[in-house]
Ligand binder design. Structure first.
Ligand SMILES: [Zn+2]
Length: 262
């Protein structure tokens, strides 16, 4: 087997495993066809591409056949299209397929994944609809009750702050909005986000490894549970910005090492 084929196979295997984990029934992160996952295929001198979950498949049970490999370049054309219709989107999805004979349709959130995977250090992306997180994204106080940081591990896993997206139609419009908000975040914080919350919709984890995506998602889910509890017992007691910066600098390296041990 050629070296690049080997990389492809390994990436896809890791992505299937991550997807099945995120789909676990007892995790309450995604049921039925909810959520989607992706992974960058990084091979030198070969046009950039990524694997994306096919539309209508279930995270808990997806297999290698439920992912479509697409090139970044055609997908990214959608960024500048104002209100493309279903036919135009389908045409671009078909054009982007690495294997044109492959029947499966890429997820409606393919552009969102392309945008996230284009960020430096992001190799795997997991989008889910966690029950605990959506309690807060669907509350009237969004995004206030998800803002700031409430304990050290939340800072290390989810970053110093998250990106918050007001409710937007899933698909191209949502992805376009996410791109704009990520740019604002990069300007403000000088580093890429690790976590994105969608109002009345769900969550995105951006990781360098599948383990990081899993850990970010589980930590967001736990933080949402704690925030919900804190709201019922007097209110959320968030760290000051200075404290968040101090903790981030103190613990970042240690935790990063831990993440990569897997
Ligand atoms: Zn979704």
């Amino acid at each position: 087997m050629k070296k690049w084929q080997n990389i492809k196979v390994k990436t896809l295997r890791k992505l299937v495993k991550l997807s099945n984990i995120l789909g676990r029934e007892n995790y309450h992160l995604a049921i039925i066809g909810e959520g989607n996952t992706s992974a960058k295929v990084e091979v030198k001198d070969i046009a950039g591409s990524f694997y994306i979950k096919a539309s209508g498949t279930r995270l808990a049970t997806v297999t290698e056949n439920d992912f479509v490999q697409v090139y970044f370049e055609p997908i990214m054309q959608l960024i500048n299209m104002e209100n493309p219709n279903a036919e135009e989107i389908n045409y671009i999805f078909e054009k982007a397929k690495v294997d044109k004979k492959y029947q499966a349709t890429p997820s409606v959130e393919t552009l969102l994944h392309a945008i996230c995977l284009n960020l430096e250090g992001v190799n795997f992306v997991g989008h889910t609809h966690p029950t605990a997180v959506n309690r807060l994204t669907c509350s009237k106080s969004f995004p206030e009750n998800l803002k700031g940081r409430i304990y050290p591990d939340e800072i290390v896993l989810l970053g110093k702050e998250s990106v918050f997206i007001p409710y937007t139609d899933p698909g191209v419009k949502l992805a376009q909005k996410v791109k704009k908000e990520i740019e604002i975040f990069l300007d403000k914080h000088g580093e890429r986000p690790k976590s994105i919350y969608f109002q009345n919709h769900g969550f995105v984890a951006l990781g360098s490894t599948p383990a990081e995506v899993e850990n970010i998602t589980l930590m967001a889910d736990k933080a949402a549970e704690i925030r919900f509890g804190a709201l019922l017992t007097g209110g959320i007691n968030a760290f000051s910005e200075d404290m968040v910066t101090y903790i981030a600098e103190r613990t970042d390296e240690k935790y990063r090492q831990k993440l990569f041990e897997e």
